[in-house]
Design a protein. Structure first.
Length: 481
């Protein structure tokens, strides 16, 4: 029997889905992580479909509903279990899409998927006359009090926000580890904090053990993930809480060669102390700053705990530490009462820093947030125009950054390989896709078989400007040295 998985949103969601998939795999099920499309054929052998959703924007929720409907259609024999941030906040809305086949697992307890996998392994626990389990049986199991489910939970060690961990990855050649969840900030536009709650951190020793295991399995890189890595405060063996800077120092000391990549950080937490640790050659030279605006007035309305000048200082510290790292950021365009001058200040900040990429989003009023009720709301047309200006700036920034590395050798990790369309002479060339130390996605001719996750050295030959403009993943073309 097969369990099908779909993920929407951030790398953190993908990590949790990978962990859940491995729980079912260890329980004896087949797992399917190939994405469904309208052209996909029906899969009647699939008994459970799991969707890990996102709620960061209205479009993310719209995409989730579309995927749920597609899963109901393409997996005709399956119960559809919906979890994640959207499921945490709008369970009733989701269940109404198909009450007979949808089960909602609130995002804050998605880790109980590990217990679901164990229970399904114990044939009979969720079985009914119509098959291995039913929607009612699964729903009853998830809603049962802990005491009545004790026999089912007993094989599982302590379940918490970090239980969906795996050292084996089906969809990624670069490992990742969730070290933090939730957020203590109260940004006026953010719904994620409502879905995931206050910040919690994985203990230092557990992180050391998990990364040591990854290194032992031959992983060359691990990506730190979390809702707000800046708020990491895990307890160490000494009984005190450690900052992210201290955690990174400990990991560099207690591991041998695995490299570390930081997924995202708040500008005000990029300090001299952190920069000194990031200067290590084992920390990859790519960083993402959560910026949102270059206007101090808008940052204040957003309840962001820093000013535009803080972003400038953070970028300078990161460049001093790593030379010419890949620097990206998030920007929200069209926040309530964002005037032309506020947006001009954002453009000026982005130009001054010279980001390698800008993730630009139109403001999306999220239910339950203060910003939803702020006035005046900016017309969608103006939001779109501002997003376009930011996106044009992002394309120019990435093109310039990639061009600056033409002819230079870079360390990279192999992601995958694929066969291209046959040429006129009948040959079908194979290329590999790799990710460089500074987060450039490079396509190279494949001269010999290369295992995903392998560490190689590449040289960039050209920049794929059309790909960058159209949002495709591959930025450059190169050769393996």
């Amino acid at each position: 029997m097969t369990i099908h998985f779909e993920t929407l949103g951030c790398r953190l969601n993908h990590d949790e889905t990978e962990g859940a998939a491995q729980c079912f795999l260890r329980s004896g099920f087949n797992i399917d992580m190939e994405g469904l499309t309208a052209a996909s054929s029906e899969q009647p052998e699939t008994v459970l479909g799991v969707i890990n959703t996102c709620t960061v924007t209205g479009k993310a929720e719209q995409k989730a509903r579309r995927l749920i409907r597609l899963m109901l259609q393409k997996l005709p024999s399956a119960i559809v279990l919906v979890t994640g941030c959207y499921a945490e906040l709008d369970a009733e809305q989701i269940e109404q899409l198909c009450p007979d086949r949808i089960v909602v697992l609130p995002g804050r307890i998605k880790y109980t998927l590990a217990a679901v996998a164990q229970a399904m392994k114990k044939e009979g626990r969720l079985s009914v006359s119509q098959g291995f389990f039913s929607r009612n049986a699964l729903d009853a199991f998830l809603k049962a009090p802990a005491s009545s489910s004790k026999a089912i939970y007993s094989p599982i060690k302590k379940l918490d926000a970090f239980s969906l961990y795996t050292p084996v990855f089906e969809q990624h050649s670069r490992a990742s580890i969730k070290i933090e969840d939730g957020c203590n900030n109260a940004c006026t536009y953010c719904r994620i904090r409502l879905a995931r709650g206050k910040a919690v951190s994985l203990p230092v020793e557990e992180i050391v053990n998990r990364i040591s295991e990854l290194e032992h399995k031959g992983m060359n890189e691990v990506v730190f993930t979390g809702v707000n890595l800046s708020q990491y405060a895990g307890t160490g063996n000494d009984g005190r809480r450690h900052s992210f800077t201290e955690l990174l120092e400990i990991l560099l000391e207690r591991t041998e060669q695995i490299k570390f990549r930081v997924s995202s950080f708040y500008p005000q937490h990029v300090t001299d102390e952190l920069a000194k640790v990031l200067a290590s050659p084992r920390v990859q030279p790519s960083f993402h700053l959560s910026v949102q605006s270059g206007s101090d007035r808008i940052l204040s309305l957003m309840a962001r705990p820093y000013k535009a000048n803080t972003v400038l200082q953070a970028a300078e510290l990161l460049r001093n530490a790593k030379g010419n790292p890949f620097l990206s950021c998030d920007i929200i365009a069209g926040f309530p009462d964002e005037q032309d001058d506020d947006f001009t200040q954002t453009l000026e900040l982005c130009n001054a820093i010279g980001f390698s990429w800008i993730h630009a989003f139109p403001f999306s009023p999220r239910p339950g947030t203060l910003a939803q009720k702020m006035h005046p709301q900016i017309p969608e047309r103006i939001k779109g125009e501002r997003v376009k200006q930011l996106t044009d700036l992002a394309v120019n920034g990435k093109t310039a950054y990639c061009t600056s590395f033409i002819g230079r050798p870079l360390s990279a990790i192999v992601e995958n390989s694929r066969t291209l369309r046959r040429s006129e002479d009948g040959k079908a060339p194979t290329v590999l896709h790799c990710v460089s130390e500074n987060f450039l996605h490079i396509e190279c001719p494949l001269n010999e078989p290369t295992t995903p996750g392998s560490l190689i050295e590449v040289k960039i030959e050209s920049v794929l400007e059309k790909n960058i403009k159209t949002g495709k993943e591959i930025d450059c073309r190169g050769t393996v040295l």
